[in-house]
Design a protein around this ligand. Structure first.
Ligand code: PLP
Length: 341
C-alpha cells in the first residue's frame, strides 16, 4: 500500500480530509447496516435535534503502525462501551459494541494510505460520533440518529520533547455533581471554551477544575484526567462521579501497578494536597501524558519539583511503558491491542 505524500512529522493536530468514512443511520427504531462513503459532508434539516439541543456524543481513539509493521488500535472496546454510556445518558440509541469495533476496523483499513509510518511520531486519529438528525423543536429526544466515524492523520503531540505545562485553577466549573461530566458529549466542551480561551489569553495552557460543590477537590482539566505522583512514588488519581473516565488514565493505572510495581490510589484529592506532590501529568488519548510543571491558584504558584524542562521520572516511565505497549515494543495485556492488519 502506497502511503499518501504527507510530511508526517510536521503534521499538527488538525483536520485533514481522508478518503473514506463510515456512516450508519438509525431510523424507524433500528440501525441500518452501515456503509463506507467518500462523501465528507452531511446535509441536515435546519431544525435537526443536534443543531437545536446539542444531542450529540463522541469518542476519540488512534490507530498506529507498530514496530513490526502491523496497524492496530488501542482498546477500542472501551471507547465503544463509553459511547454507549454517553448515548444512554442523552436518551440516544446505543450503537452496538461489535458494530463500533467493525466500523473502526473498516475505516482504518480503507484509509491505510493515511496511517502514519512507525517512528514518525504521527498517528491516525479516529473520531466516532452520533447525533440527533430529524427536526426537533419541542425539547425532546430526536427519533432518528446518525453514527459516523472519520479519521484524520495527526502529528506528534510533543514536537521536540514534552515541555511541562503551566495550568491555572479555574473560576469556572466543568461539570455539576450528578450532571454530565462523566460522559463524552459536545455540550461539556461548548461550555469549556470560554474558560480555555481566557486561560490561553492569560498565558496558561490548561484549566484545573475543582469540584463545584465544595471547590476543595481536584477534578480534571477540560479534556484530560490528572495523575499525581507522591514524593514516595505512589501514583494518585482523583476519583469523582463527574470526571470523564479516561481510557488512558485507566490504562496508566494498570501499567503503574502491573508493569512498574507502583502503588496506586484512586481517591478524592484535595487541592490542599497538590503542593506536596512530586509530579503531575494530564492524561488522554491525544498526548498520553502531558507533564505539568506549574499550577497557579489566583496568583499563588505551586511549582512541581519535577520542574519546567522535562517530565518527572515516574511520569516518564509511565509514558514510555504505555507508548511502548501501543507501538508493540512491550508486550500488551490480553485484549488491549486490536490488530487491523
Ligand atoms: C476524552 C476525555 C479525556 C481523555 O480520555 P481518553 O479516553 O484517555 O482519551 C479526559 N477528560 C475529558 C473531559 C475527555 O473528554
Amino acid at each position: 500500500m502506497e502511503k499518501k505524500n504527507i510530511d508526517w512529522s510536521n503534521l499538527g493536530f488538525g483536520y485533514v480530509q481522508t478518503d473514506y468514512r463510515y456512516v450508519s443511520n438509525f431510523t424507524g427504531g433500528a440501525w441500518d447496516e452501515g456503509v463506507l462513503t467518500e462523501d465528507a459532508n452531511i446535509v441536515l434539516n435546519e431544525c435537526a435535534g443536534v443543531l437545536q439541543y446539542a444531542q450529540t456524543v463522541f469518542e476519540g481513539l488512534k490507530a498506529y503502525t507498530t514496530e513490526d509493521g502491523h496497524i492496530v488500535t488501542f482498546r477500542p472496546d472501551l471507547n465503544a462501551e463509553r459511547m454507549m454510556a454517553s448515548a444512554a445518558r442523552l436518551e440516544m440509541p446505543v450503537f452496538p459494541k461489535e458494530r463500533f469495533i467493525d466500523a473502526v476496523t473498516q475505516v482504518v483499513a480503507a484509509n491505510e494510505a493515511y496511517v502514519p509510518p512507525y517512528g514518525s511520531g504521527a498517528t491516525l486519529y479516529l473520531r466516532p460520533y452520533m447525533f440527533g438528525m430529524n427536526s426537533v423543536i419541542g425539547v425532546k429526544p430526536a427519533d432518528d440518529y446518525q453514527f459516523r466515524l472519520f479519521c484524520t492523520p495527526v502529528g506528534p503531540y510533543f514536537k521536540g520533547g514534552a515541555k511541562p505545562l503551566t495550568i491555572r485553577v479555574s473560576d469556572f466549573d466543568r461539570a455539576a455533581p450528578n450532571g454530565t461530566g462523566d460522559i463524552k458529549a459536545g455540550l461539556n466542551y461548548a461550555m469549556s471554551l470560554h474558560a480555555i480561551v481566557t486561560a490561553h489569553e492569560e498565558g496558561y495552557d490548561e484549566n484545573m477544575y475543582l469540584d463545584p460543590k465544595t471547590r476543595t477537590k481536584v477534578e480534571e482539566t477540560g479534556g484530560a484526567n490528572f495523575l499525581f505522583v507522591t514524593r514516595d512514588n505512589k501514583v494518585v488519581t482523583p476519583k469523582s462521579g463527574s470526571i470523564l473516565p479516561s481510557i488512558t488514565r485507566r490504562s496508566l493505572v494498570h501499567v503503574a501497578q502491573e508493569y512498574l510495581g507502583l502503588e496506586v490510589e484512586e481517591r478524592e484529592v484535595l487541592f490542599e494536597e497538590v503542593k506536596d506532590f512530586a509530579e503531575c501529568g494530564l492524561c488522554g488519548t491525544a498526548a498520553v501524558i502531558s507533564p505539568v510543571g506549574k499550577i497557579v491558584d489566583h496568583g499563588k504558584e505551586i511549582c512541581l519539583p519535577s520542574g519546567m524542562t522535562e517530565m518527572g521520572p515516574v511520569t516518564r516511565k509511565l509514558y514510555e511503558t504505555l507508548t511502548g505497549i501501543q507501538m508493540g515494543r512491550i508486550p500488551a495485556p490480553e485484549g488491549w491491542i486490536h490488530v487491523i492488519k
